[in-house]
Write a protein that binds this ligand. Structure first.
Ligand code: CA
Length: 225
């Protein structure tokens, strides 16, 4: 899942970017309200985390502009004040949810996942592929009632695949998601990762299919017998 963070407090932003990446999100960061719309038009984001007190253009004005232009990205507003008036006015302007600073990272992540799930509507009512499901609350993969033990990289790769199960996810996309902090990672690293994931999923009725030159597809395994 790809997020845009609009936040001018650089320490908070740097911490958020790092923490959300560890949680499997891909995060881009802008520190000025004037950059938000351009970023949203250049890249397809799953959600926007918007600080209300931004330089250049404040969060209220940014929200208004996005909605006027019909940009439908889900927006989670960060507000310094736990103020009812602030919440109500932002809701009128098209915010989807709120979080008052300071907040717990786990709460932010849970709300983001809920927002993204809601926005995807019936297309992706939950993150699941056959009996394999991703629990957005506990951030665990399960097959039936069984929790799947994964390394952080395996987790990030499988999350990239299950978010678009049934669709092709390119090697490059997985690379960016899993190794976002590292330079010069060889694409073969993705092949190794997928190989390991296949082993983890060996007993599960799901499979990761390779489409040569295109990428990988996570899908239910065909029934035997
Ligand atoms: Ca601010």
């Amino acid at each position: 899942m790809r997020l845009l963070l609009a936040e001018d407090e650089s320490e908070l932003a740097a911490w958020l970017v790092r923490a959300l990446r560890q949680g499997g999100f891909q995060v881009d960061w802008v520190d000025d309200g004037r950059f938000v719309r351009r970023s949203l038009q250049a890249t397809r984001y799953d959600a926007l985390i918007l600080d209300l007190g931004l330089p250049g253009r404040d969060g209220h004005a940014v929200l208004e502009e996005l909605r006027e232009r019909g940009l439908q990205v889900p927006v989670l507003v960060l507000t310094a004040r736990d103020s009812l008036i602030e919440r109500v006015s932002s809701l009128h302007q098209g915010a989807d949810d709120f979080l008052a600073k300071p907040f717990e990272l786990a709460e932010l992540e849970a709300r983001l996942l809920a927002l993204i799930r809601r926005a995807r509507g019936s297309e992706h009512p939950r993150l699941a592929c056959g009996p394999l499901a991703y629990d957005t609350g506990s951030r665990e993969f399960r097959i039936g009632a069984q929790t799947l033990a994964l390394t952080p990289r395996e987790h990030a790769a499988l999350l990239a695949l299950i978010q678009r199960s049934g669709e092709v996810v390119s090697k490059q996309e997985i690379l960016e998601r899993v190794f976002s902090d590292e330079q010069d990672v060889h694409p073969a690293a993705v092949e190794v990762l997928v190989h390991r994931l296949r082993k983890r999923l060996a007993e599960a009725p799901v499979q990761i299919t390779t489409l040569r030159g295109l990428g990988y597809v996570l899908q239910p395994a065909p029934a035997h017998g």
